[in-house]
Write a protein that binds this ligand. Structure first.
Ligand code: NAD
Length: 355
């Protein structure tokens, strides 16, 4: 076994069907006064329900969360929290809503109770992201890590199949990269492997039967482990590539992750045999070399779009994307070369079976 440092992140998790009902008790336990409930415009109804459950502990609903946390939204949300004298926030939604709560926590120190309704995993990380003048800056700060997280599988049943598939693969991608992280450790590797296993065995059912609570529980459990993995150790090639593709070519976050992960895994397989063996085992295959193909099969089974071409990328973009991906050095089990990136992106562009 290699030497390692394991730094456990604090946080209380309440998991189970119907646990949304405990939100008032949990906000009271945070001892931070009234909560401003945050959501996207689309999830206003659910946020109103949370506000009703909170009763006198609710400071109202703020429904302006949008993708990538524009600085203007962060400031407006913070101003609203001050105006209604909120002492904490309740973020009910996906990574965008939790991102808004984190920005408010960063600027004003308001603790967060998160109620995730996607599989993105932001609720388990101390990572924040704020977009100013079109450029997203990210950072780590323990103050943005939610104090309490309520995982209620019933809330994920409304997530349509076309979001469920990519969102589940996004979570698997966190686990895969945690297994070969530079600062990987045995505790997080256990969580990551189990996260892949839980999502891989239930994602297809969750997509085809959105109301199936066993499948929704299993996938949400896996997403929790994936978020915990993402929050604890560093990510490599896959996440850097997806950041480039999302940021420079404006491609949708979860879909990009779902398409790229099989190719990033194939690229790293020769240099991360032990880690990819664990991915293979979690996906129900024998050899590390089978893992990328199994991931690709899962993408084909649960995602509508399986190539970068279908996401609207053009062939001319591939050279530029390869240049960017190979320009800034960062840790990856296999050295990142311009040629390697161009080949990987070409395969992902066409949605070919990874080799
Ligand atoms: P999202 O939060 O943007 O949600 C996508 C859409 O789905 C929204 O319109 C939302 O209203 C809707 N939605 C969410 N849950 C729903 C449900 N159960 N039923 C119906 N509709 C629902 O998407 P996301 O993928 O969760 O988050 C993506 C964002 O989170 C990105 O900006 C990404 O960078 C960020 N992120 C951050 C971290 C971190 O650690 N900081 C981790 C993962 C993702």
């Amino acid at each position: 076994m290699h030497d390692f440092i394991y730094n456990a992140l604090p946080g209380k998790v309440v998991f189970g069907c119907g646990k949304l009902a405990s939100v008032k008790e949990e906000v009271a336990a945070m001892n931070s006064g009234k909560a401003l409930v945050l959501c996207t415009p689309e999830q206003r109804e659910l946020a109103e329900q949370v506000s009703d459950l909170l009763g006198e502990l609710s400071a109202g609903v703020y429904d302006k969360a949008v993708m990538h946390v524009p600085i203007e939204t962060a400031h407006a949300g913070g101003d609203e929290a001050s105006r209604v004298k909120a002492g904490c926030t309740v973020a009910v939604g996906g990574g965008s809503t939790i991102g808004l709560a984190k920005a408010i926590a960063l600027h004003q120190g308001l603790p967060i109770l998160a109620i995730p309704t996607t599989y993105a995993g932001s609720e388990m990380t101390p990572v924040w992201g704020i977009t100013k003048d079109g450029i997203k800056t990210t950072g780590r700060d323990q103050n943005v890590l939610p104090e309490t997280v309520i995982y209620d599988p019933e809330l994920v049943t409304s997530l349509p199949g076309f979001i469920t598939g990519p969102s589940g693969l996004n979570a698997i991608a966190h686990c895969v990269e945690a297994l070969y992280a530079e600062n990987a450790n045995p505790i997080i590797s256990m969580l990551a492997e189990e996260g892949i296993r839980a999502i891989a065995r239930s994602l297809e059912t969750a997509v085809n039967e959105p109301e199936n609570l066993d499948a929704r529980s299993d996938t949400l459990y896996g997403a929790w482990l994936a978020g915990a993995s993402l929050g604890a150790v560093g990510m490599s090639l896959h996440h850097k590539l997806c950041h480039t593709l999302g940021g420079s070519f404006n491609l949708p976050h979860a879909e990009v992750h779902s398409i790229v992960i099989a190719y990033a895994t194939a690229y790293n397989t020769p240099n991360a045999q032990d880690a990819i063996q664990r991915v293979a085992r979690a996906m129900g295959c024998d050899k590390p070399e089978d893992a990328p193909k199994a991931l690709h099969q899962l993408v084909k089974a649960v995602c509508n779009k399986t190539s970068l071409k279908e996401l609207g990328m053009t062939e001319e973009d591939l050279d530029k994307a390869a240049d960017i991906a190979a320009s800034n050095p960062y840790y990856n089990p296999r050295p990142v070369t311009r040629e390697g990136m161009r080949a990987l992106l070409g395969d992902a562009f066409d949605g070919r079976e990874p080799s």
